[in-house]
Design a protein around this ligand. Structure first.
Ligand SMILES: Cc1ncc(COP(=O)(O)O)c(C=O)c1O
Length: 453
């Protein structure tokens, strides 16, 4: 499994059967297979095979949770050995947990390494967000939270309340109160036209004025929660000046700064944590997707030792002690060092950015190329109007799948084609994947379908 091989229409007959059964049995909220109609049989590295034997490049990679690709053999060996020893450890100390904790704390920037505690959260990223918000409130006695437009923090009640996507929230009464949304200060030149109706805003200044204005409507603000690259929101990269000013504002007003590194963490942006590139030291940061390296669930909150100390049992959950995730995650960090994976992130990021830039010049369907490290995306446009176009984006995703490339869409109305490969992806696989994209764009032009009709 090291090259694309699609032999059937998509979905193939066996996938079709599995999808139909899923449709009948599972919740109507199933999401990925609605857009990517395949049934997965196995995965290895950057490639997956469906039930019909078709092989695809997987640039969705478990929604960014497979930094070393599917079933990395070194990690699998650890998991198999650990499975026969101990699988679940609640929050007891175990050798696997100690190894994992040492490895993860060891990845913090040296200057701040001793300053943080690690809190093991329930299995999913949203749980770490919930924990962070609770801790920030407990520490301050304040209860309001500042979040940013376009932000995504998960689907549990609190995390969803902090999320920008209005469609996801509209049928959920009783959300967490006291959340205020401010514009996100992004490096994007198209954000103003595609999101802010042409307004050029100084996002940090807006927040500063609201914090200073006695008539701004804000109550007691406990925390600011911020992604440094908005992934689900459309791959908007935070502007460094914006982030540093937000950081200073939180210092000035005594507000806890929570950085959500659930997607950006564990090497995705080219440094272990994205905040390392912004010259800030968050009070709390959370990470999850990449922590085990192999897609086994684990979710972590790091917080400054100087923050309030939580009484025992303040934030618990049964599945905080996944020993399989721990041994895989500790091994993953060894592999990161051994194989210079962060360097590969930078090299492949340059390769993809350069090629997407060339394609953008050749195809009017491609708009702004954005991202950091291997968290990249390209806006899909209607070439006639020059505006972002959901229908064209969907066609590109569908056709790419049929030619053997799995990609996800994100951003407002799903108009950003996301490039989210495993972090150890090879130059050759990147070339193969972008070859598919070029082929799809050419097909759409030839079929006169680029304008999204
Ligand atoms: C930035 C960010 N925060 C939180 C979450 C929620 O994580 P989970 O889906 O594991 O609950 C996600 C998931 O995509 C995310 O990207």
């Amino acid at each position: 499994m090291n090259t694309i091989n699609v032999q059937t229409p998509i979905p193939g007959p066996r996938s079709r059967q599995a999808l139909d059964k899923q449709l009948a049995q599972e919740s109507t909220a199933v999401s990925y297979p609605k857009r990517l109609p395949i049934s997965l049989a196995k995965g290895l590295g950057c490639y997956v095979q469906d039930l019909d034997g078709n092989v695809f490049i997987d640039f969705l990679a478990g929604a960014g949770s497979l930094p070393l690709g599917h079933s990395h053999p070194d990690l699998v060996a650890e998991v198999v050995e650990q499975a026969g020893t101990l699988c679940l450890g609640l929050d007891f100390p175990t050798p696997a947990k100690e190894r994992f904790t040492d490895a993860h704390l060891g990845m913090l920037p040296e200057a701040i390494r001793g300053d943080y505690r690690i809190h093991f959260c329930g299995p999913t990223g949203a749980d770490a967000v919930e924990a962070a918000v609770k801790l920030a409130k407990a520490g301050s006695g304040a209860d309001e939270i500042i979040s940013f437009r376009g932000g995504y923090h998960g689907c549990t009640n609190g995390a969803l309340s902090l999320t920008g996507n209005r469609a996801m929230k509209k049928n959920v009464p009783g959300k967490m109160p006291g959340v205020h949304f401010f514009p996100f200060g992004s490096t994007s030149t198209s954000q103003a036209s595609s999101v802010l109706n042409g307004a050029q805003v100084d996002a940090a200044l807006l927040l500063e004025s609201a914090l200073e204005d006695v008539n701004s409507g804000l109550g007691n603000v406990a925390a600011v929660i911020l992604e440094l690259v908005q992934g689900e929101g459309g791959v908007y990269v935070a502007d460094k000046d914006f982030v540093q000013r937000i950081y200073q504002l939180t210092r000035k007003f005594g507000i806890t700064l929570i950085i959500d590194e659930i997607q950006t963490g564990c090497g995705r942006t080219g440094t272990w944590y994205a905040f390392e590139q912004y010259g800030i030291e968050p009070d709390i940061f959370v990470t999850s997707k990449g922590t085990s390296g192999i897609g086994l669930p684990s979710s972590l909150m790091f917080y400054r030792k100087s923050l309030v100390s939580w009484p025992s049992g303040s934030h618990i959950g049964t599945f905080r002690g996944n020993q399989l995730a721990f041994v895989a995650g500790a091994k993953a960090i060894e592999v990161f060092h051994r194989d210079a994976v962060l360097n590969n992130v930078r090299l492949r990021s340059e390769q993809i950015g350069k090629r997407l830039g060339e394609l953008q010049r050749d195809f009017a369907m491609l708009g702004e190329v954005r991202g950091l490290g291997l968290m990249l995306g390209v806006e899909i446009l209607n070439p006639v109007t020059g505006k972002v176009c959901e229908a064209t984006a969907s066609k590109i995703q569908q056709r790419a799948l049929r030619l053997g490339l799995i990609t996800e869409l994100g951003g407002r109305d799903d108009t950003v084609l996301r490039v989210l490969p495993p972090l150890n992806v090879s130059e050759q696989t990147v070339t193969e994947a972008l070859g598919v994209l070029e082929h799809v764009l050419t097909e759409l032009i030839n079929d006169n379908e680029g304008a999204g009709q």
